[in-house]
Write a protein of this length. Structure first.
Length: 602
């Protein structure tokens, strides 16, 4: 992370990179609660989750089997953490282990040290190379694991890269130092770790092979395929799963041409239809095929894929929640909401005197408001945005703030979590509470559970189609973030940044893109995207759908940016063509304009 300066719109200026920068500031240690699994099992927990994304089968097999065995031992009262199991877990994949906040691990143990210069598997740390002789024998001061075996794979990490070696003999220990042959690339000061043990690999490869031979659950499709004399194809099918029996029918988009040399036979098409390979479907088909028609193999395969696609869509629809039944009163509420012109809400990092007469609502970051509020300012159109992360100790410190803000006339609060809302209700029962992105409002069910909120912000991952559908059935006023650099991360481990201090701070990635880092509480920082969400083109649609609030996230941006953005969006609300205003907007955005999930959704 490095300091930067900003221009008149609050955008970051390029960072001058000098010297070696910290490389993997956001690389966390891997969570491992195996040593204290018995403690967690005593809690009212019904399942544990193992993160398997972006991991190979060996990793999943290793971790799942070790935890399964440990849970069985805990149930029998015989559990004792095993060093062999911990070594296997580390060799499966480890960027150093932490037991995490749930086990009261110190915050410093959550993130990898800033000097770590590789993001991959760190294995089991052995020690540091003290020196290397002319025979390329490294003398290592052991501070970690030393029970090495023939065939072990070792990795050597340094500032200039990574190399490896395999033990062909057991290492000697003389004068307290391990003697291990190393590649010529190794240097004194490099760290060395165990990263591979063949016998562990073979054990879990056997588990994988055993699992792959087990029969998998399949869904059966019984299809009647009727090919008409014209070559058109009608399909009527029944999908049978362990939980559903579903029927569907359609007319294929494919039409069979007249035969030139070879006629299509029903049994030939049936063979192709049955080749479902690795899909979770088995197709049994009855085919009615008149003479004189032909279908190349490619078309036959496409007909099979078409059947599977329709079956998949039917199965997905079976699990969709149906929209709620609305009473006449609720329908009237929705109709009333859809006729109201949306109000603009601005999120700001600082409390400043208004520079625009355009009506809008402001939500100021909690700690900035406390530090810089002028009690003589009007607070009618001002609310407070809570920090994204608030622990119990944070809320205890914020109790005095809440009493003070109430005395100043603040009655509006924007929260990220249910816990924050409950806390405010317990301290100030009569204030207005609204929900921001942390509540992850993605469907009508979540809205129905939060009907006491003044408004709810729809999740940023929703598509236009999803926003339209949700707004149609909502009984709570809805907000959509239409402008700003979206928060992509929150951390307690980056440099603590005081409020309203210069210079600005940013993270610089390998593509030379800047990610603005802003304060968000006493010890928290938020990391913003390098590109800026821009939905000004879609404001007319949001108005038609009855969205009540348009949010401009101007945290960390200048007053000039805030004033001009409010003006542009107000013009669109009053009927101006967004296309005519886009060029003015693009002069102020950070990075590129992006519509994020508007077209693709979740």
């Amino acid at each position: 992370m490095a300091p930067s300066s900003v221009d008149r719109w609050g955008r970051l200026s390029p960072i001058d990179k000098k010297g070696k920068a910290d490389t993997y500031l956001l690389s966390t240690c891997d969570l491992c609660i195996y040593p204290v699994l018995d403690t967690f099992s005593a809690y009212p927990i019904t399942s544990i989750k193992i993160e398997g994304r972006m991991r190979g089968p060996k990793y999943v097999a290793t971790v799942a089997s070790i935890y399964r065995h440990a849970l069985d031992e805990i149930a029998n009262g015989t559990f004792t953490p095993s060093e062999d199991d911990e070594i296997a877990l580390r060799l499966a994949y480890s960027r150093n282990f932490t037991m995490g906040y749930g086990a009261n691990a110190p915050p410093a143990s959550i993130m990898q040290p800033v000097h770590i210069n590789h993001p991959g598997n760190s294995g089991v740390y052995i020690g540091t190379i003290k020196n290397i002789d002319s025979r390329h024998i490294a003398y290592i001061e052991p501070v970690g694991y030393t029970n090495l075996m023939h065939g072990d794979g070792l990795s050597i990490f340094s500032d200039h890269g990574r190399c490896g070696t395999t033990l062909t003999t057991l290492p000697k220990i003389q004068n307290g130092l391990l003697e291990i042959p190393v590649p010529k690339e190794a240097r004194s000061g490099d760290s060395i770790s165990l990263t591979h043990r063949p016998e562990i690999t073979s054990t879990y490869e056997s588990l994988i092979a055993e699992h792959q031979t087990k029969p998998r659950q399949v869904n059966h499709i019984e299809a009647l395929i009727t090919i008409n004399a014209s070559g058109s194809i009608d399909v009527t099918a029944t999908l049978v799963t362990p939980h559903h029996t579903l029927s569907f029918s359609y007319q294929s988009e494919y039409t069979l041409p007249r035969a030139q040399k070879y006629e299509l036979k029903g049994e030939d098409l049936e063979k192709q239809i049955q080749k479902t390979k690795n899909t979770p479907f088995v197709i049994a088909s009855t085919i009615i095929c008149p003479p004189g028609l032909f279908a190349p193999i490619k078309m036959q395969n496409e007909i099979r894929r078409e059947i599977i696609t329709h079956a998949t869509e039917k199965l997905h629809h079976a699990y969709e929640r149906s929209p709620p039944h609305l009473s006449e009163r609720e329908i009237k509420i929705n109709s009333h909401c859809s006729r109201e012109k949306p109000q603009i809400i601005v999120l700001q990092s600082e409390y400043t005197r208004e520079e625009t007469e355009t009506p809008h609502m402001r939500y100021i970051s909690w700690h900035a408001f406390r530090a810089h509020h002028d009690p003589d300012h009007d607070t009618e159109s001002v609310g407070l945005l809570l920090p994204i992360m608030t622990s119990d100790s944070d809320l205890a410190l914020m109790e005095k703030d809440l009493a003070l803000f109430t005395s100043w006339g603040i009655t509006k609060y924007l929260v990220h979590t249910l816990g924050q809302a409950e806390w405010i209700r317990s301290q100030a029962p009569y204030v207005q509470i609204s929900g921001y992105l942390g509540l992850n409002v993605t469907n009508h069910k979540s809205i129905s559970m939060l009907e006491e909120y003044s408004f709810l912000t729809l999740a940023a991952e929703l598509s236009a189609k999803q926003i339209q559908k949700i707004s149609r059935y909502s009984t709570v006023p809805l907000a959509v973030v239409v402008q700003g650099t979206m928060v992509i991360g929150v951390t307690k481990n980056l440099q603590s940044i005081p409020w309203n201090t210069a210079p600005a701070f940013a993270l610089l990635d390998e593509k030379n893109r800047l990610f603005h880092v802003l304060p968000d509480g006493v010890y928290n920082t938020i990391i913003c995207n390098t590109d800026e969400l821009t939905l000004i083109d879609h404001v007319p649609e949001l108005v038609r759908w009855g969205i009540q609030y348009l949010i401009i996230d101007a945290r960390g941006r200048s007053s000039a940016y805030t004033k001009n953005m409010i003006s542009l969006y107000t013009e669109v609300l009053h009927g101006a063509d967004p296309a005519l205003l886009k060029s003015s907007l693009q002069q102020m955005v950070a990075g590129r304009c992006t519509s994020a999930a508007w077209n693709r959704g979740l």
